[in-house]
Design a protein around this ligand. Structure first.
Ligand code: TRH
Length: 386
């Protein structure tokens, strides 16, 4: 009988922002909690992780949180415990040479997966699972592409996530307690509650002005540190402190704390529209199944535009054409595409599509949840010797 592949090592180098830490932590935590695996997360910088997982000590060399061993990845890499049975190399971070040499000495050699960035582009279906032999050593590596189809490695989705979301959305007392903890009033019946997470370049001022002058009451919740420059310019240097409300016309802006990962989910579940960015918050907004707006991570030579449209092409199946057109236009305008026209008028159309997008979000989330989640797919694949 094959020995179970119990020891997993996940390697992550933090390039920028929070997504690298968020994705790798989420994966490590799920492997430990749902698959009873012995997981070590090697991370070169724990500052971002400590911000979204308050149990983590950014200065510790080794620690345990949520059943995961977390070790600071320090170069030169010291000989530590023997390599895991399964090794995940996240986002092309490269493994320490000493560790790779130790992998080659193992019998059998560890399963090695190259976890890639998320993309909805069609080529991903054909690239997921391909082997990439090591140039020097008898080690096989395999690409693991997250994605939106059964041909890909799927998306991170914890067991019981939808049930937790639905319970929160049904439980007014729990929601009110959450808003109180964040220092914001619970929503009024006629209010549109918006969470805002974006990159600094987002055209925030015209959207905030549009909300201030609009017909609907909007409350915009902004985690501390997000879009500070744009917000500061718009507020004339008077960004509201945590717990303070800045009211302009029909708009109320509230600064909330930068939340722990699981509270961030609650924020998305509790808002009517979620502005998200990058990779992990983008996926969480899809699980929240409320209308959302994606600020994509901009790349050189505009290579992010086909990624944005590839996602919209997949997402739009079954969505009414007017709602799709409004979404495409507002997402393009929010991402700085001048051809999409004025971002404030694009918002008006997008807001009108809200009811259609709400229903569609549920269908989309349920459709995605019909495929295995990313962690389960990896466990199966490793166990099958693939
Ligand atoms: O922070 P991001 O922009 O991160 C990434 C990385 O930059 C990565 O290098 C890049 O390639 C990728 O974007 C596209 O956005 P992301 O992926 O959404 O990660 C944010 C994480 O922070 C996510 O796990 C949710 C979490 N978060 C909280 O836990 N609390 C909060 O209050 C907020 C706003 C976010």
């Amino acid at each position: 009988m094959a020995t179970p592949l119990r020891r997993w090592d996940v390697f992550c180098r933090v390039v920028d922002n929070y997504g690298d830490s968020g994705v790798c932590w989420r994966l490590a935590r799920q492997l430990a909690a749902e698959h009873a695996l012995d997981v070590t997360l090697w991370m070169d910088d724990l500052a971002q992780l400590a911000k979204i997982v308050p149990d983590v000590d950014a200065a510790a060399i080794a620690q345990t949180a949520a059943g995961v061993t977390i070790r600071r990845w320090i170069e030169p890499f010291e000989a530590g415990p023997p390599p895991g049975d399964v090794v995940i190399e996240a986002f092309g971070c490269g493994l320490p040479e000493r560790y790779v040499n130790a992998m080659a000495q193992c019998s059998p050699t560890p399963r090695w997966f190259l976890l890639e960035y998320l993309s909805a582009e069609v080529w991903v279906d054909g690239s997921h699972g391909l082997a990439s032999p090591h140039p020097r050593l008898p080690l096989a590596r395999r690409f693991w592409f997250p994605g939106f189809t059964v041909e890909t490695g799927g998306l991170l989705r914890e067991r019981g996530l939808f049930a937790a979301r639905d319970a929160f959305q049904r439980d007014r007392a729990a929601r009110n307690a959450f808003w109180t903890r964040l220092g914001v009033p619970p929503p009024e019946a006629d209010e549109l509650r918006v969470s805002l997470f974006c990159y600094p370049a987002a055209p925030l001022a015209p959207v905030l002005d549009g909300w201030a002058d609009g017909e609907t009451r909007v409350t915009c919740l902004i985690p501390e540190g997000v879009a500070v420059g744009a917000l500061d310019a718009w507020a004339g240097g008077r960004i509201p402190h945590r717990g303070e409300l800045l009211v302009r016309g029909r708009l109320t802006v509230c600064t909330i704390p930068f939340l722990a990962l699981d509270d961030y989910d609650r924020l998305l579940w509790g808002c009517d529209v979620n502005f998200v960015r990058g990779e992990d918050s983008f996926v969480r907004a899809q699980w929240a199944a409320r209308p959302f707006v994606w600020h994509i991570y901009a790349q050189d030579e505009g290579v992010h535009w086909p990624k944005l449209d590839a996602f919209l092409d997949r997402f739009s199946v079954g969505l009414a054409p007017e709602a799709l057109a409004a979404t495409r236009r507002f997402w393009h305008a929010w991402n700085g595409d001048a051809a999409a026209g004025a971002v404030d008028s694009a918002w008006i159309e997008f807001a009108r599509a809200g009811p259609a997008l709400g229903g569609h979000g549920d269908l989309w989330a349920n459709r995605l949840a019909g495929s295995p989640d990313l962690a389960t797919g990896l466990v199966k694949s490793a166990g099958n010797g693939l």
